[in-house]
Design a protein around this ligand. Structure first.
Ligand SMILES: *Cc1c(COP(=O)(O)O)cnc(C)c1O
Length: 228
């Protein structure tokens, strides 16, 4: 792992600097450490350096890590979510960043009620309208405002977006995501305080545009040897 504690501190410092440049309080932006593909030992090392929120994208990969790691870790689900995994995900993850359709949100609301859970969810928006990506289109999202306001057992925290793979252009997609959130807030009456945006390559731009949680993997744990 090398100096994971040092990388964590450096990352936190860069987030705080971006907050200052944006005129925001440094405590406003949470760091989600994306531990997918990395072993429980790496998570433990980050935990010992003070990190408490970790992101995983596959339920089967996460389960054995969750099993052996400290129980005060807050696990966030960030991957594609199939219905047949929804119950296990709701049981283990208090925060889900990757809710990509109204149908899935409705299903999670039902499952959460049945399981006695109240997960925080982010609605994933396909902000640039890319054919290769899932997620709500802006239009679908605004058309869903009424339905979203009626959920009982999921707490709709805000929006999540992964902009196109072009660091130069990322900032304007982050701004577009924030603007869409502002419109949905008006349409739905929901508070929608959360914006899950920014990864290793672009989290500073995301913070400048209002991100409240950055999801950082490789800048903390190193390069992944296989994609997840
Ligand atoms: C893997 C992943 C990340 C972290 O990506 P890095 O570029 O390694 O920081 C963030 N968000 C999601 C949804 C991911 O799948």
């Amino acid at each position: 792992m090398g100096d994971l504690a040092g990388r964590l501190a450096a990352l936190r410092g860069r987030i705080d600097d971006a907050c200052r440049r944006a005129g925001r309080e440094t405590g406003e932006v949470a760091l989600l450490a994306v531990s997918k593909t990395f072993p429980a030992e790496a998570v433990q090392e980050a935990y010992e350096a003070g990190q408490r929120c970790f992101g995983e994208s596959r339920q089967q990969e996460a389960a054995p890590k969750i099993e052996v790691l400290p129980t005060d870790i807050e696990w966030h689900f960030i991957g594609g979510l199939q219905r047949n995994k929804a119950r296990k995900v709701v049981a283990a993850f208090p925060v889900i960043h990757s809710v990509d359709s109204l149908r899935l949100a409705e299903y999670l609301d039902r499952v959460a009620g049945e399981e006695g859970k109240r997960p925080k969810i982010y609605l994933e928006v396909n902000i640039a309208g890319e054919a290769s990506k899932g997620g709500f289109s802006a239009k679908e999202l605004l058309a869903s405002a009424g339905a979203l306001a009626g959920f009982r057992d999921v707490e709709i925290t805000g929006l999540m977006a992964i902009p196109p793979d072009d660091a130069e252009a990322a900032r304007r997609w982050f701004a577009a995501t924030r603007e869409l959130r502002d419109r949905l807030r008006v349409e739905s009456g929901l508070a929608l305080t959360g914006l899950s945006m920014g990864m290793s390559a672009d989290f500073e731009d995301a913070v400048l545009e209002g991100s409240t949680v950055v999801r950082v993997g490789s800048a903390l744990f190193g390069y992944r040897s296989y994609p997840a």
